[in-house]
Design a protein around this ligand. Sequence first.
Ligand code: BT5
Length: 262
Amino acid sequence: MYMNENSLKKTLSKLNIGGLRYFNSIGSTNDEALAWAAEGAPDLSIVLADEQTQGRGRLDRKWFTPKDSGLAFSLILRPTAALRPHLSRTVGLAALSMAESCSMLGLAPRIKWPNDILVNGKKTAGILIETVWSGNDIDSLVIGMGINVYKSSVPPVEVLQFPATSLEDEIGKEPPAREEILFGILNAFIDWRKRMASDELIKAWEEMLAFRGEQVQIHAGDESPITGELMGLESDGSLRLRGSHDNSVIVRFGDVSLRPGA
Ligand code: BT5
């Protein structure tokens, strides 16, 4: 059974969103949102699909979204002049909003920097942010979020580099309706966005980080991994590690994992 579009609209009408495009099935909600943003979609417009046939992760990876299993949506942001200097914090804003909505379900989520939400050490949600440019300026951002709600959303182990789970698995019973979970995420997002320029956002994001105080490695491209103790965040959302000579190492992108044998 697909999501109930009417109850979705009704739930979202309580929030100040820009517009909604709902699909039973789509290639990728991010692709639709990128096209809509380029046509001038209003701020906080949402593209949501029950099923994605070409769901995308970062770096051409795939995001598995079978029908009737999870939440897959893309939020279009039109940054104001005041928020423009802080756009590198957007992934934290999205991660914190998803993590808070997991906390409200009684779970203890952690953010695996930069874009994964872990529950009990397993991936429950991921974020993919893409940009619409206007010359050298950012016209808008598309924030794609995928959350595994029911057990059926978890991909087969063979395709995973990192263990995955769903809210249903972790709560141990039927999770709330997907519309309600979406409402919680958007509500938190709208609220945190008001504080996007404040240190409060960085502090809350930092407190949710997975592997703090542990030895980690960061893989970015083909280069050999960067290693160090995971300390926290810089004010732009970069990750700060302590290297083996007590030096600070700042990381802007990559995939974090625990350092084997450390
Ligand atoms: C992400 O990439 O985690 C970003 C996922 C963003 C998905 C949303 S859904 C709405 C919007 N529309 C899109 O097309 N995308 C966004 P990354 O960190 O690169 O992780 C991708 C990796 O996670 C894959 O290579 C798989 O190993 C694994 N994976 C795929 N589907 C998964 C799932 N449902 N649950 C857990 N892990 C998954």
